[in-house]
Design a protein. Structure first.
Length: 92
C-alpha cells in the first residue's frame, strides 16, 4: 500500500507537467493561427495599397490632363473673342 501511495504522489509533478505542455501546445497552435491570419491580412492590405497607389497615379494623371484642357479652353476662348471682335469691326 505504501508503494501505491508513493507512486500517486510521484505522478503529480508529471501530471502538472503534462497539463502545462498541453497548455503550451494549445498556445503555440493559437499563435500559429494568429500569425497565418496576420500574414493573410498583410497580403490583403498590400494589394489594397498597390491598388490605391495605382488610383492615385491615375488621378494625378487625370488632374494634369484636366489642367491642360482648361488651359487649352482658355486659349480657344481668347481666340474666339478676338474673332468676334474682328467680325464686329467689319460690320461698322
Amino acid at each position: 500500500m505504501a508503494k501505491t501511495a508513493t507512486r500517486s504522489v510521484d505522478l503529480e509533478p508529471i501530471d502538472r507537467l503534462e497539463e502545462k505542455l498541453k497548455t503550451l501546445v494549445t498556445m503555440v497552435e493559437r499563435m500559429r493561427s494568429d500569425q497565418a491570419r496576420a500574414v493573410e491580412e498583410n497580403q490583403r492590405l498590400s494589394r489594397e495599397l498597390e491598388a490605391l497607389r495605382a488610383r492615385l497615379a491615375s488621378s494625378d494623371s487625370l488632374a494634369s490632363e484636366l489642367s491642360a484642357l482648361k488651359d487649352e479652353r482658355d486659349v480657344i476662348r481668347g481666340r474666339v473673342s478676338e474673332m468676334l471682335e474682328q467680325l464686329e469691326a467689319l460690320n461698322l
